[in-house]
Design a protein around this ligand. Structure first.
Ligand SMILES: [Zn+2]
Length: 185
């Protein structure tokens, strides 16, 4: 079956503010969903995409932190029911988000994290990561908690972003703000 491009839920959509409950791996639709989620991430030129960004309440995300930097084959890493076990250090990076088109800001986060998660094969894995991969994981993990990167920026940066955020939120109807298809190049 051909992978499907999933609709993107944009800032102002209430599902982006939901904390997603743990999901079961027995879900028959899980395999198709993982394939479509990964496909949609690459089609949007993203390095990470969480389930609620495409309107699903499955507690999982996909990442491919190397994708934007290297010309190479896709290597999607799916993390199901992830738990950040510990974190330390500090790093600051400019972040953006497929659900917040046109918005970028510096975000401070722990530099190193230990995360455990279940793979699509059902294996529970624990690993310690740092660098860009740790930033991407924390950004996606936040989505599963209903948190967006703009919640974490400085007060001054928040003020600067306010109008753009309000413009995005103004497009929401009945708590939904969904974009189908690909954005114009
Ligand atoms: Zn995001």
């Amino acid at each position: 079956m051909k992978p499907k491009l999933l609709p993107i839920h944009i800032y102002g959509d209430s599902i982006l503010r939901e904390k997603l409950p743990e999901c079961s791996l027995d879900d028959a639709k899980l395999k198709d969903f993982i394939r479509d989620l990964s496909y949609t991430m690459y089609q949007r030129d993203g390095v990470g995409l969480a389930a609620n960004q495409v309107g699903s309440r499955l507690r999982m995300f996909v990442i491919d932190p190397e994708w934007a930097r290297e010309e190479r084959e896709p290597n999607p890493i799916v993390m199901i029911n992830p738990v950040i076990e510990s974190s330390d250090g500090e790093t600051e990076n400019e972040e953006g988000c497929i659900s917040l088109p046109g918005i970028y800001a510096n975000v401070r986060r722990p530099a190193r994290i230990t995360i455990s998660y279940t793979t699509p094969d059902g294996e529970r894995v624990t690993e310690t990561v740092e660098g860009f991969k740790a930033v991407v994981i924390q950004h996606e993990y936040d989505h599963l908690e209903g948190v967006l990167f703009t919640d974490k920026v400085s007060t001054l940066a928040k003020l600067k972003l306010k109008r753009k955020l309000n413009d995005l939120a103004a497009q929401a109807v009945d708590g939904k703000n969904v974009r189908e298809g690909l954005p114009d190049a």
